[in-house]
Write a protein that binds this ligand. Structure first.
Ligand SMILES: Cc1ncc(COP(=O)(O)O)c(C=O)c1O
Length: 422
C-alpha cells in the first residue's frame, strides 16, 4: 500500500537527535521503545555540558556559578509551567514520577481519615496504583479499582460512577495508557470527582509527550509526568494547585524553605537535568516556531505539541492499518480508524504462535527497539489474561519516527509470522 508522510512532516527534526544515527549491522536503529523513554535532541546534551562547565554549584551562594545555578532552576520551573499551563511556583521537580507520587501520597494521607476512600483504575501504570494501595494499608482507607472494557481497553464509566461515593477523597487516573495507548476522557473524570469533592491525581507521563497540555483545562488537582518520556533528561515533575502545595505538609528538613515550590523539593536537586530540560523546551519551541506560531514560550510549545499530535496520529493510522493485515496478529486497545483521536501512538499486540518475548528479541536483533511484557501496567495485562504468556509487544511511536521505519517493522513482523506458520 502506498502511503504518504503525515502532515505536518516532522521527520526532518530527526536530525536534531544524535542517537538516531546509531546503527546495527549497517542499518540505523529504529526507536519504537519511546513509551519506556525517548531520545534527546542535541540541545539537551549541550545544556547539560554547559551546566557542568559553567554553572556547577549548589544553590543560593554569593558567587557566580551558584547564581548561574539559581538562574537555571528558576528558568526550568518557569519553562515547565509553560509546557503544562501552570505557574512556576506550582512546579516541583523530583527523581521521577514514581518517587514524587510516593512522597506526595504520604502528605495527602495526613489529611485522610480511616474509612475514607481512594479510587484507582485497572488501566493505570502501577506507579499510580501502588502508592495509593500502600497508603490505604497504612491509614485504614478503602481502595476501589475501576474496571475496563477489555474489548477496546477503555475505562468502564458505569463502574467508575459506581466506585465513587461521598467518602471518595481522591481519584488516581492516567491521561493515556502506557501499554495500549487509550486516552481517558478526563472531562468525565472531572465531572465524577467534582460531584463528590474528591481530588483528581493525574498520571500524565504518557500524555505530555503526545498532546498539548493545559492543567486548568484538564481540571486535575495534581499532575505528574517524566521529562525522559518527552525528549528530556531522567527526572520527574509534579504540578499541583498552589493552594494544595501550601496546605499539605511536605516531609522536609526544618532549615529548608517553607515557600512553594521549594518546600516540596527535598535535598539537592538534579541541576544538570533541569538545565537539560531547558534544552528540550528550546527544541520544542523551534518546532512551534517552524509551524508559524508567534508569541511567548507557552504559545510555541502548544503549537509544537499540536504538530506532534497531528503527525503522530498519521503514523499511528498507518501502523495500525498495516498491522491488521498480518495474519494472527491481534491488537489490544482502540484500532478503529475512526477513533484514533482517542489514543496516543502506543500500540500493543500479540502474534499467534510466537511467544511475545521472542518477538521482541527477534525485532531487537533486526535493530528495532520495542518492549515486551507488562511495562508495569500489571493490572491491565493481568485483566487481559496475558500475564502468563509474557504480555504484549509494545510499539511506541514518537514524532522522530517515519513511515519507512514502520515499513521495516512490518517487513520483519511479516517474516516472523510466515515462519511461525510453516
Ligand atoms: C504511565 C506511566 N506512569 C508512570 C510511570 C513511571 O514513571 P517514572 O519512571 O518517572 O517513575 C511510567 C513509566 O513508564 C508510565 O509510563
Amino acid at each position: 500500500m502506498a502511503y504518504s508522510t503525515p502532515q505536518p512532516d516532522l521527520s526532518p527534526w530527526r536530525r536534531s537527535f544524535p542517537a538516531l544515527q546509531e546503527e546495527l549491522d549497517g542499518r540505523p536503529l529504529v526507536y519504537f521503545d519511546n513509551p519506556g523513554g525517548t531520545q534527546v535532541p542535541q540541545q539537551v546534551i549541550d545544556r547539560v555540558v554547559d551546566y557542568y562547565q559553567r554553572a556547577n554549584a549548589n544553590v543560593h551562594g554569593p558567587f557566580l556559578t551558584s547564581r548561574r545555578t539559581d538562574h537555571v532552576i528558576a528558568d526550568a520551573h518557569a519553562g515547565m509551567a509553560d509546557l503544562l499551563g501552570g505557574a512556576p511556583e506550582e512546579i516541583v521537580f523530583g527523581q521521577n514520577m514514581t518517587t514524587l507520587t510516593f512522597a506526595v501520597s504520604r502528605s495527602i494521607g495526613r489529611e485522610l481519615q480511616p474509612g475514607d476512600e481512594i479510587v484507582v483504575t485497572v488501566l493505570d501504570h502501577d506507579a499510580n496504583v501502588a502508592p495509593w494501595r500502600m497508603l490505604a494499608e497504612d491509614r485504614g482507607l478503602i481502595l476501589r479499582t475501576v474496571d475496563i472494557h477489555p474489548e477496546d481497553c477503555t475505562l468502564n464509566w458505569d463502574d467508575f460512577t459506581a466506585k465513587v461515593n461521598q467518602r471518595t477523597r481522591l481519584v488516581a487516573v492516567g491521561w493515556a495508557s502506557n501499554a495500549v495507548g487509550t486516552i481517558n476522557d478526563l472531562r468525565c473524570v472531572r465531572e465524577i470527582t467534582q460531584r463528590v469533592g474528591a481530588w483528581m491525581y493525574l498520571d500524565a507521563v504518557q500524555g505530555v509527550p503526545h498532546l498539548p497540555c493545559d492543567v486548568r483545562e484538564l481540571g486535575c488537582d495534581f499532575l505528574v509526568c517524566s521529562a525522559y518520556k518527552f525528549f528530556g533528561p531522567h527526572m520527574g515533575i509534579l504540578w499541583a494547585r498552589a493552594d494544595l502545595l501550601e496546605r499539605l505538609t511536605p516531609y522536609k528538613v526544618r532549615p529548608a524553605s517553607e515557600a512553594i515550590p521549594w518546600r516540596w523539593e527535598t535535598g539537592t536537586q538534579n541541576h544538570e537535568a533541569q538545565a537539560g530540560l531547558l534544552g528540550t523546551l528550546d527544541y520544542l519551541c523551534s518546532i512551534g516556531a517552524a509551524q508559524g506560531a508567534a508569541g511567548g514560550r507557552r504559545q510555541l510549545l502548544l503549537a509544537a505539541m499540536e504538530a506532534i499530535a497531528a503527525y503522530e496520529r498519521g503514523l499511528a493510522a498507518y501502523l495500525i492499518e498495516r498491522l491488521r493485515e498480518i495474519p494472527g496478529l491481534r491488537i489490544y486497545g482502540i484500532s478503529d480508524p475512526a477513533r484514533l483521536a482517542e489514543r496516543v501512538p502506543t500500540v500493543a499486540c500479540t502474534l499467534d504462535g510466537v511467544p511475545t518475548p521472542e518477538l521482541g528479541l527477534a525485532l531487537g536483533k533486526a535493530g528495532i527497539n520495542t518492549w515486551t511484557g507488562h511495562y508495569y501496567a500489571i493490572s491491565l495485562v493481568e485483566r487481559l489474561g496475558l500475564l502468563e504468556q509474557g504480555g504484549m509487544l509494545r510499539i511506541g511511536l514518537a514524532h522522530y519516527n517515519t513511515v519507512e521505519e514502520i515499513d521495516r517493522l512490518l517487513d520483519e513482523l511479516q517474516r516472523i509470522a510466515r515462519s511461525a506458520r510453516l
